[in-house]
Design a protein around this ligand. Sequence first.
Ligand SMILES: Cc1cc2nc3c(=O)[nH]c(=O)nc-3n(C[C@H](O)[C@H](O)[C@H](O)COP(=O)(O)OP(=O)(O)OC[C@H]3O[C@@H](n4cnc5c(N)ncnc54)[C@H](O)[C@@H]3O)c2cc1C
Length: 480
Amino acid sequence: MTSNDAALAAPYYHTVGIGAGPANLSLAALFEVSTTRKIALFDKQPGPAWHPTLLQPGVRMQTSWLKDLVSLVDPTHRLTFLNYLVSTGRLFALLNAQFDFIPRQEYQRYLAWAANRLENVNYGVTVDRVSFGTGGFAVHSGSRVLARSEHLVIGVGSRSVVPDGLAGLPAGRSFVADELGARIDAVAAEPAAPVAVVGDGQTGLECVLTLLRRGCTDITWIGRHQWFETIDDSPVANDFYRPAYLQYLQRLAAPTRRRLIEEQRPTADALTPGALKVLYQANYDGMLALGRFPVTLRPGRDVTHGEPDGDHLLLHCTSLDGHETFRVRHAVIATGRRMAPIPFDQDLWDRVEADGAGEPVLEPDYSVRWKGLDGHKIFALNRGRFSHGIPDANLTLLPIRAATVLNAMFGREVFPVRDELCPIGWSPSGLDTTGLDSAGLDSAGLDSAELDSAGLDSAELDRAELGRIGAGTAEWDSAA
Ligand SMILES: Cc1cc2nc3c(=O)[nH]c(=O)nc-3n(C[C@H](O)[C@H](O)[C@H](O)COP(=O)(O)OP(=O)(O)OC[C@H]3O[C@@H](n4cnc5c(N)ncnc54)[C@H](O)[C@@H]3O)c2cc1C
């Protein structure tokens, strides 16, 4: 059999998704109710899992459970989180536990439950090459052609990065947060030895808490920002996480859009207040026992490089008022994540329009701008933070994005994307698409008696009630 024959013998799908994280699972879930055609996902993990190496004990989601794979566009879908709770018998236990935000482990179990109910979700296969030829795309793993397809969806997510200056440190002493679970016994075996956590994001905080729980008594938490900032989960911050705002962003010039999105960082890349409070209280308890705080927070430091020093490490930092060096036994690196590579072959990359950073340029419907043929489309999920806004990098609008992709893929409105009741006018008057007409008011359940008793004329009503309804919606939202 020639390699061409082997390719032609591989199963043919309407769409292949690379990666089976929440992004592509949401797409596959909504795909199954859109068409009788088939989608297949391929993921390199051995089985359903969601950031398994970062699943520290007790960690919580930063997003409401209503932000599941499907509910925002199809609340009657069989794979809602609510259906997961009911059909696995845990509804009342979870409700009565009264979580503000559910355990991350529960969300992972939900994802696994959903993945197991979808057809053609394949694990344990790394897609290392995607080519394009007659009939569409071919997805390869080593010498095997896994599948061919008409359309392609990239959902490869992100991976941890180590800053250059820390890259050469001994692996047993300095490691990324993903490895803490595997190394915690060795670290905790010397509880009084100094250990540093580098990175002031939520992952850094969760590593500090893990070290503290395991008895470490000399922890330095180093962050680049001038304080350890908590997430802005206010109603107005949540209005960035709405289809209406995403539509507005698409109307802006790229540099303006980028500036606005950068300013919105505290609504996503910041700490959960509850977790920070847990740290402060545990640190206070530790101080009562030890006579000093077991955790010292060191904000405003940029760790530029490190070097071995006997069986310790030296971490060199710049700060606002000079240089500083910390001598530690171990360093846990939690300095952020970068997008995982897209395994296009060179011929396919040559057809794709890329930006200055080598990333595919995305259209508003998440399709990749490329020299395709015969209507074949490529979509990329979680690659457009600065083109499509912060929600593209998190879970808040997964079904909205999947619906947008499916509408573009099938060339018809498979799922209406609705977001009419918005209290904020983002655009100059007349350009907003988010106004509310009298039919909308009726459907919001406001009758004329209520209006009279509130003593509002209709113009005031438009403003006041739109505001109330919008704020109510945001109460169950979460910014990230
Ligand atoms: C620890 C952590 C907690 C988070 N918590 C929240 C939260 O509470 N709320 C929120 O909104 N956001 C959260 N996020 C951010 C974001 O929502 C998640 O990163 C989310 O998982 C992104 O989904 P994804 O499907 O795009 O990527 P991923 O979940 O990263 O999935 C990508 C998948 O692609 C697979 N893959 C990659 N390359 C290949 C390849 N070549 N071949 C085959 N498979 C491949 C990977 O194995 C992986 O399973 C969190 C992020 C992290 C790291």
